[in-house]
Design a binder for this molecule. Sequence first.
Ligand code: CU
Length: 140
Amino acid sequence: MDRTERLWLVTLIAIAVAFNALTLAPLVPWQRWLVLSRPNVDRRVEIEIADYAFRLPSEGIEVKAGEFVEFVATSRDVTYGLGAFREDGTMVFQMQVLPGYENRLVWRFDTPGVYDIRSTEYSGPRHSDMFVDDAIRVLP
Ligand SMILES: [Cu+2]
């Protein structure tokens, strides 16, 4: 490794360290609760996935905008994805759902409305069927 390569390497490492320090710093307003706080969960939603199908709570998923919702997803067979999508198809959040674990994600919906659920991880030949229309209702 010659001097120029070493200089580039040190520069890239310095940029990576500075970028991570800046974007994870609690001085960034949106990072404060993401990194440092453990919000009190207002509602817990359990979702089981097996054989390419979501098993949602029988009473449906109804939450209020602004409350912290903990999604706990389990898989009985393979790795799936759990994603929430707006009506225009844009994604709100997604998580991997590994078999043998309680996969957790805490989310706060800001906007009332209805959201779809899809698998966001290719899980096999029936993956594309894993779509639940209007699965989450967020009330004002
Ligand atoms: Cu899938």
